[in-house]
Design a protein around this ligand. Structure first.
Ligand code: CAA
Length: 383
C-alpha cells in the first residue's frame, strides 16, 4: 500500500492550519480553562465546508476524500485536541452511519444538514455496562406499531448536549446478543430525551461530553437506520472509520507538542548552548519525529484503503493504537524538553499532555484495538 498526499491535500492542510492558528489558538487556553464549547468556531467550520469533507456534494458535503478528512482533524488537533474531536465525532460517528446505511429520505433529512454543518452530529453507543463490550447494550427500543419506545441511557457521549442529531443503538430483540441491536436516528428536543451534566474532563475540555437519558422517547419507525438487528454491525463499521479520526487527532496533538518542543530546543540556552545541541534533548526530538512519521503513514494508508473501499478495519485499529500510544509518549517528552515551564497552566504543551491521554481510551481502548488486530491476524479462536 503506497500513498502520497496531493497538492490539493497540502493546500487544504495550509488553509486549516492558518484557521487553527489564527482563530483557535488565541482562545484555546480559555476554552480549556472554562470547559467551554467553541460554538462560533464550529459554525465557521460548517460555513467553510469542513463539517462534511468526505461526503458527496449532492448531499451537502465537500466531496473530498478520507485523507482530506484526516488532515483536517490533524491540523485542528495540532492546536486544540478538543476542536479536533468535535469535527471527528461529528463527521465519522454522527454523520457516517447515515451516509453509509441511511435510505434516501434519511439522507435528505439528516445527512444534508449534517454535512453542511447546519446541524451537529453525535453517536450514542457506550453505556454504563457496555463500554469495551459494546454488545452488552441494555437500552431498549420496543416496537409499538408506528414508533419504537426508547428507554435507557448512554454515557461519555462526545458532542452531547450540543449535537442536534444522535445515532443511538438499542436492543430491539432481547437475549440474542449483538444480532438483537438496532440503530436509530434520534433528534435533540424529542420528548423524554434529556442530558446529564457535561463531564469535567482531564483534557479535550473544549469538546462537550455528556450522558444521554431516554425516558419513553417515541422514535418514528422511519428513523430506524438500516434493518432491525443490523445495529451492531453499523456501530462496528462506523468505529472503523472513527478510529482513523482519533488516530489523526492523536497525531495532531503530538505534532503540535513536538513543534513547540523543537522551537524551544533551538531557543533555550543552558550550559552556553541551545538545549537541542545536548544529546539528551536531541535524541528525544529524533524519537518524536520518527514516531510522528510512522503515525502519519499508518493513518494515511488506512484512510486510503477506506477511500478505495478495501477492508481496512485492522489497519484503522493499528493506526489508532500506534498514533495514540505515540501521542502520549511524544507529549510527555515534549513537556520534559520544556522542563519546569512546561508544567505550567497556559503552556500549550501542558494542555497537549492532558489532551493526548483520551486518544488511548475512546473509540475503543488500545487493548480493544489489539483484540481487533489479533482477531484479523489469527481469526476467531474461541466461541
Ligand atoms: N465491521 C462490520 N461488522 C463487524 C465488525 C466490523 N468492523 N466487527 C465485528 N463485526 C461483526 C462480526 O462479523 C459479527 O458478525 P456475525 O455475528 O454475523 O458473525 C458481529 O459483528 C459480532 O462481532 P464479534 O463477535 O467480534 O463481537 P464482540 O461482542 O466480540 O465485540 C469488539 C467485538 C471488537 C470487542 C467490539 O465490542 C468493540 O469494538 N468494542 C469497543 C467499543 C468501542 O470502540 N466503543 C467506542 C465508543 S464510541 C466513542 O468512544 C466515541 C467518542 O467518545 C469520540
Amino acid at each position: 500500500m503506497l500513498f502520497e498526499t496531493t497538492a490539493a491535500h497540502e493546500a487544504l492542510r495550509k488553509e486549516i492550519r492558518t484557521f487553527a492558528e489564527t482563530e483557535v489558538k488565541p482562545i484555546a487556553f480559555s476554552l480549556d480553562q472554562n470547559n467551554e464549547f467553541p460554538d462560533d468556531i464550529v459554525k465557521e467550520m460548517g460555513k467553510r465546508g469542513w463539517m462534511g469533507l468526505p461526503y458527496p456534494k449532492e448531499y451537502g458535503g465537500a466531496g473530498l476524500d478520507v485523507i482530506s478528512y484526516a488532515i483536517a482533524v490533524e491540523e485542528l488537533s495540532r492546536i486544540d485536541g478538543g476542536v479536533g474531536v468535535i469535527l471527528s465525532a461529528h463527521t465519522s460517528l454522527g454523520t457516517y452511519p447515515i451516509a453509509a446505511f441511511g435510505n434516501e429520505a434519511q439522507k435528505k433529512k439528516y445527512l444534508v444538514p449534517l454535512a453542511k454543518g447546519e446541524k451537529l452530529g453525535a453517536f450514542g453507543l457506550t453505556e454504563e455496562n457496555a463500554g469495551s463490550d459494546a454488545g452488552g447494550t441494555e437500552t431498549t427500543a420496543v416496537d409499538k406499531g408506528d414508533y419504537y419506545l426508547l428507554n435507557g441511557g448512554k454515557i461519555f457521549i462526545t458532542n452531547a448536549p450540543k449535537a442536534d442529531i444522535y445515532v443511538v443503538f438499542a436492543v430491539t430483540t432481547p437475549d440474542i446478543g449483538t444480532k438483537g441491536i438496532s440503530a436509530f436516528i434520534v433528534e435533540r428536543g424529542w420528548k423524554g430525551f434529556d442530558f446529564g451534566d457535561h463531564y469535567d474532563k482531564l483534557g479535550i475540555r473544549s469538546s462537550t461530553t455528556a450522558e444521554l437519558i431516554f425516558n419513553d422517547v417515541k422514535v418514528p419507525k422511519e428513523n430506524l437506520l438500516g434493518k432491525e438487528g443490523q445495529g451492531f454491525k453499523i456501530a462496528m463499521a462506523t468505529l472503523d472509520g472513527g478510529r482513523i479520526g482519533i488516530a489523526s487527532q492523536a497525531l495532531g496533538i503530538a505534532q503540535g507538542a513536538y513543534d513547540n518542543a523543537l522551537d524551544y530546543a533551538k531557543e533555550r540556552i543552558q550550559f552556553g548552548q541551545p538545549i537541542g545541541v545536548h544529546q539528551g534533548i536531541s535524541f528525544k526530538l529524533a524519537d518524536m519525529a520518527t514516531k510522528l512519521r510512522a503515525s502519519r503513514y499508518l493513518i494515511y494508508s488506512a484512510a486510503e484503503m477506506k477511500e478505495n473501499h478495501e477492508p481496512y478495519s485492522m489497519e484503522a485499529a493499528m493506526a489508532k493504537m500506534y498514533a495514540s500510544d505515540a501521542a502520549v509518549e511524544i507529549t510527555n517528552e515534549a513537556l520534559q524538553v520544556f522542563g519546569g515551564s512546561g508544567y505550567l497552566k497556559g503552556m500549550d504543551v501542558e494542555r497537549a499532555f492532558r489532551d493526548a491521554k483520551i486518544t488511548t481510551i475512546y473509540e475503543g481502548t488500545n487493548e480493544i484495538q489489539r483484540v481487533v488486530i489479533a482477531a484479523h491476524l489469527l481469526g476467531r479462536l474461541t466461541k
